[in-house]
Design a protein around this ligand. Structure first.
Ligand code: PEP
Ligand code: MN
Length: 367
């Protein structure tokens, strides 16, 4: 059961203390208090876990601190959609809204290789009206002998250049909890010129200790990639690890599933799950066409497969696109073969705009 408290209620108030005293005396019921920053206000939600079926909704609603009560009807306790649950989806970060109704594009480098690439990329983004990007500093690689990313060494120039070019949010993968402090330290040292969305990669979707560490902090929102070899349900439970620790600012990323049935694509594109995740949970849903397709192959219609699958995600209501670009893919240190070129950025953005407009027309048509 979830008790949603009245907006801005203080944990020191008599109303809250009365409720707290009651909760402490319930047998076989534990509770966790979460502060949830929504798009417009901060709400306190209390999650009651255990034998809550005997609790009456009206009895809990009678407490003066309580605005609403939701009985948990689905498995995804925090991020799921429950019956008669009218809570919003998403959050605002760095002045940008991320929800199931918005669409944000994160075009950028799979891996930071040099300050020159970062600057050229960010300049192109600004010229095309973009305020978000992706920049990998910590790269999980199949071989220990492959380039592992520049790690903390590149953070100062990445953040400074972001500030220079008006980039507000950078999606950046972390593979170890120590990376959170490194990122925060580098942001602090550079005067916080930008924001970071911590990315958990598909190889770490079930790294439960990493999930708990990232979930315990509430400074940075999180992009959790779906595990490439596990069920959707298992990946959604991984998202719950983040949320159950207190961080509800979670975006769920689809990036294709590992199977040779998807050949010649690098992974089997799974964007049919965009509406499924939106119905099962309140998370905004991201699609990553680059890691799904894994190449610059184009169809007989002259459209790149990467753009075709982006279109499939967007027309189905995706809320975020994470896509690899590189000023010179031939020299990119990671995933060059799948990167789009900067001169393709305007065409890419226009294709996304066309698909989003079509999705909005589909919404109107369905209502
Ligand atoms: C990435 O986005 O750079 C990445 C490594 O993706 P994934 O975890 O989906 O393979
Ligand atoms: Mn990559």
């Amino acid at each position: 059961m979830i008790l949603i408290l009245k907006p801005n209620i203080s944990l020191e108030s008599t109303e809250y203390k009365t409720l707290e005293a009651h909760l402490q005396h319930l047998t076989n019921i534990e509770y966790r208090v979460h502060n949830v920053q929504g798009a417009s206000q901060t709400l306190t939600e209390i999650y009651l876990i255990g034998s809550t079926s005997a609790l009456a909704i009206d009895e809990m609603k009678a407490f003066r601190a309580v605005a609403n009560v939701v009985r948990i009807s689905e498995e995804y306790k925090v991020l799921g959609r429950h019956k008669e649950d009218s809570r919003g989806t998403g959050f605002t970060y760095q002045g940008i809204e991320f929800s199931q109704d918005t669409l944000n594009i994160f075009a950028g480098l799979c891996a930071v290789d040099s300050p020159e690439s970062v600057e050229t990329m960010m300049k192109a983004l600004r010229e095309n009206g973009q305020t978000c990007t992706r920049m990998g500093a910590y790269k999980p690689r199949t071989s220990p002998y492959s380039f592992q990313g520049h790690g903390p060494n590149c953070l100062p120039y990445v953040f400074e250049l972001a500030g220079k070019y008006g980039i507000k949010v950078i999606a950046m993968e972390v593979t170890h909890e120590s990376h959170i402090a490194e990122i925060d330290g580098a942001l602090e040292a550079t005067g916080r010129p930008t924001g970071v969305m911590l990315q958990i990669g598909t190889r770490n979707t079930q790294n439960f200790e990493l999930l708990k560490s990232v979930g315990r902090q509430q400074e940075f929102p999180v992009l959790l990639k779906r595990g490439f070899g596990i069920t959707l349900d298992e990946s959604l439970h991984a998202a719950e690890y983040l949320a159950s620790e207190g961080n509800h600012k979670v975006i769920f990323g689809l990036r294709g599933m590992k199977t040779n049935i998807g050949d010649p694509h690098r992974n089997m594109v799974d964007f049919a799950h965009v509406p499924v995740v939106k119905r099962l949970t309140r998370m905004p849903v991201c699609v990553d066409p680059s890691h799904s397709v894994g190449s610059r192959h184009r169809s007989s219609d002259n459209i790149l497969d990467v753009m075709h699958v982006t279109a499939q995600g967007v027309i189905a209501g995706a809320n975020m696109i994470l896509v690899d670009f590189h000023p010179n893919p031939n020299v990119a240190l990671v995933d060059g073969p799948q990167a789009l070129r900067l001169e393709e950025l305007p065409m890419f953005l226009e294709d996304v705009r066309i698909c989003r407009e079509a999705y909005e027309k589909r919404l109107a048509n369905a209502s």
